[in-house]
Design a protein. Structure first.
Ligand code: PMP
Length: 436
């Protein structure tokens, strides 16, 4: 996919902008340069957030069904308060003794399988994946990496080289092999594990020792593939049989979003060697981490020292701890499970009336919905774009994903309720009715 083909990217001229919007677009362009992308034909100028709502400069409310960073709700007072208090008290790094990062580590590790015994802090998901690669390369003496065909794992040189969704302009490493996404329609669990085994063999045939299989455990950029739970067990076994490690990228599904478990790997019943996490971890404050097997941390730590200036700083730790507290206090995981079911049922009901809608996939509050050409019933990126932009005009925010850009990506803050889902469904119905 070329960068221009990023699903739901703003294209100048696609819609008429207000004077303020046009001025902001131009200012952005001249200051930030050409690599950035905006969402929507008519970009959204947001000034405030609260719960599941974003507000534009005119004070209009938008139902946010997309942003998983503000996972416990935009500007949640418990998190904002914890950040403000810590920022006003002490903002230092992990080279001093401090309870905050330890309280956080303890609480995070309590959510992990017993085999995962340490956690190392970073600022972004990219950095966590980059660190995971360094550790995997060292532990296996290999460099071969297996990813899914439209994976995204981040922005550093090393992880961009294993992020095929960035398109042909960002070359994959010679040590990287791709496997098809685990689409049950094309072989499901057995198919995925054997694709991993074949990719590992191919690496070995080229003299490259396999180091890791890394997957986003909800396959977000591949189009959202969640079922049947359990298919990752065979895939992890396949990479281990080839001498590599299994890295679960939890940046998207982690922190209770799938409803069924705290982590995406957990709902598959698989135990990873390393787990990267980020996005929702600080509800907007940049904090991310890599949790891992103690023996891997020891092997790495005996060769290299690790310090990340901002990773795990006192304010980041306060933010992440507050997020975990909110998830527990507001029982958001169970909430995501129930609302997600209600939401998907409603989407399926709409689908039975509108032939543009295809399969509804997902777990908890992470939903993928195929958009099809109503006649040929084949993937319809243009239709998906019309729905995404139609919803934006109806003040509901989602985006599109997948290699063919035809999957609606619905991923609201976890405080989304049944009533919000119903509001979403009625606005989607109106948009579908206008499309015919
Ligand atoms: N992994 C996955 C699966 C992601 O979706 C992302 C971000 N979209 C990243 C890693 C990178 O995280 P960050 O942007 O925090 O570097």
């Amino acid at each position: 996919m070329t960068p221009e083909a990023m699903p739901n990217a703003f294209r100048p001229g696609a819609a008429t902008l207000s004077d303020t919007e046009a001025r902001l677009v131009e200012r952005r362009q001249s200051l930030l340069g050409p690599a950035y992308r905006l969402f929507y034909e008519r970009p959204l100028h947001v000034v405030r957030g609260e719960g599941v709502w974003l507000f534009d400069a005119e004070g209009e409310a938008y139902l946010d069904a997309y942003n998983n960073v503000a996972s416990v709700g935009h500007c949640h007072p418990h998190v904002a308060g914890a950040v403000a208090r810590q920022a006003a008290t002490l903002a230092t790094h992990t080279r001093y003794l401090h309870d905050g990062v330890l309280d956080l580590a303890e609480r995070l590790l309590a959510t992990m399988p017993p085999a995962i015994g340490h956690v190392m802090f970073t600022c972004t998901g990219s950095e966590a994946n980059d660190l995971a690669l360094r550790i995997a390369f060292q532990a296996t003496a290999g460099t071969g990496v297996i990813v899914t065909v439209n994976a995204y794992h981040g922005v550093t040189q090393a992880v961009a080289a294993m992020s095929p969704s960035l398109g042909a302009g960002v070359p994959l490493g010679a040590h990287v092999r791709t496997v098809p996404a685990p689409d049950p329609a094309t072989g499901g669990d057995i198919g995925f594990a054997s694709a991993v085994a074949e990719a590992a063999e191919d690496l070995a045939r080229h003299g490259i020792r396999p180091a890791a299989l890394i997957v986003d455990t909800i396959f977000s950029s591949d189009g959202v593939f969640t079922d049947p739970p359990g298919f990752l067990v065979a895939a992890a076994a396949a990479i281990r049989a080839a001498g590599g490690l299994f890295i679960a990228d939890e940046v998207q599904p982690g922190f209770g979003r799938t409803g069924e478990a705290m982590w995406g790997f957990e709902r598959h019943g698989v135990v990873p060697d390393m787990v990267s996490m980020g996005k929702p971890m600080g509800n907007g404050y940049p904090v991310a981490a890599l949790a891992l097997r103690p023996d891997l941390a020891e092997a790495f730590g005996s060769q290299a020292r690790y310090f990340n200036t901002f990773g795990g700083n006192a304010v980041a730790a306060a933010a992440a701890l507050a997020v975990l507290e909110v998830i527990e206090a507001e029982a958001l995981q169970g909430h995501a499970l129930e609302v997600g079911r209600h939401f998907r049922d409603g989407l399926r009901r709409l689908g039975s009336r509108f032939p543009r809608l295809g399969e509804v996939r997902g777990a908890g509050l992470f939903i993928g919905l195929d958009v099809l050409d109503p006649e040929s019933r084949t993937p319809d990126a243009a239709g998906a774009s019309r729905i995404v932009n139609g919803l934006r005009e109806a003040r509901v925010l989602i985006s599109a994903t997948g290699p063919r850009a035809h999957v609606l990506k619905i991923r609201p803050p976890l405080v989304f309720s049944d009533a919000h889902a119903d509001l979403f469904l009625s606005r989607l119905e109106s948009v579908l009715a206008t499309l015919g």
